[in-house]
Design a protein around this ligand. Structure first.
Ligand code: ADP
Ligand code: MG
Length: 252
């Protein structure tokens, strides 16, 4: 389905470097000279150990972080309204119901109310949340909260979804279930996904390509084409081989 060589870049980063000034006044070189091209429709993963700069790079790519050196280029016709985000800690507004949390990005885009309702109900149904529309976030388990996070991200029909460790706060059974659902949604809707993870199995299950990062300063060590055929069995020899390849590359 995906012929990478023929696909256009949807987002490119060139010569990205980023330093933080720490409280003691020292400079921390978080990212050093990062180059990446993300193709339209691909599932692109940033993989690396804690502290290597994954979140910082994702924030720069997505426009949340504006203070950096280098250049981020979007494909013509793209703008930040085409982006959605899914966060590790869900980032739901606790004083709004499930329905109203999903509604927020639609209000921000001036979608009229009668259209909003159809969109929200459709996405709640996609994530199995119809019965929970009028519950409050505090009444939901972590897995259900992240379902709301995903529904909210999908509601705006994004061209790119940025995800920072979206499954790391969940127990492994729930994480597995949500990964499978996300994969199905991505295969149906064909948006671009850019995901941060430190979980090698997750990267091999989901990604088309995996940018392996190394630390201090954060660099792209290698971009690995994930050759495991889809649909992917997590218990197949090609899957194990790809996990081994990545394990050898990731330096903790
Ligand atoms: P990762 O997501 O891979 O764990 P981060 O992008 O969060 O890594 O952080 C990369 C490095 O930059 C880390 O050493 C972290 O401590 C540092 N860092 C991140 N954000 C800040 C900040 N706002 N101020 C100072 N240092 C930061
Ligand atoms: Mg991080």
């Amino acid at each position: 389905r995906r012929m990478m060589n023929n696909m256009e870049n949807t987002l490119s980063v060139k010569n990205i470097s980023k330093s933080f000034v720490e409280l003691n006044g020292k400079h921390l070189h978080a990212l050093d000279d990062i180059d990446l091209d993300v193709k339209a429709g691909e599932f692109f993963v940033l993989l690396g150990p804690s502290g290597c700069g994954k979140s910082t790079l994702l924030r720069i790519m997505s426009g949340l972080e504006k203070n950096y050196k280098g250049k981020v280029t979007l494909a013509p016709g793209f703008n930040h309204l085409d982006f959605s985000f899914i966060f590790q800690q869900f980032a739901l507004l606790p004083w709004l119901s499930v329905y109203k949390n999903v509604e927020l990005p639609l209000i921000a885009r001036n979608i009229p109310e009668h259209e909003r309702k159809n969109i929200i109900m459709k996405e709640l149904e996609t994530l199995g949340l119809t019965r929970f529309a009028h519950q409050m976030p505090r009444e939901l388990s972590g897995g259900m909260k992240q379902r709301v996070g995903i529904a909210r991200a999908l509601a705006t029909n994004p061209k790119i979804i940025f995800m920072d460790e979206p499954f790391s706060a969940l127990d492994s059974f729930i994480a597995k279930e949500l990964r499978n659902e996300l994969l199905q949604i991505w295969e149906e809707r064909k948006m671009t996904v850019i995901m941060v993870t430190h979980n090698i199995e997750e990267a091999v299950q989901l990604a088309d390509r995996i940018a392996v990062m190394s630390s201090r300063p954060g660099k792209i060590q290698k971009i690995v084409e994930n050759t495991v055929p889809r649909p992917r069995s997590l218990r197949s020899q090609p899957f194990f081989d790809m996990e081994d390849t990545l394990t050898a590359l990731v330096k903790v």
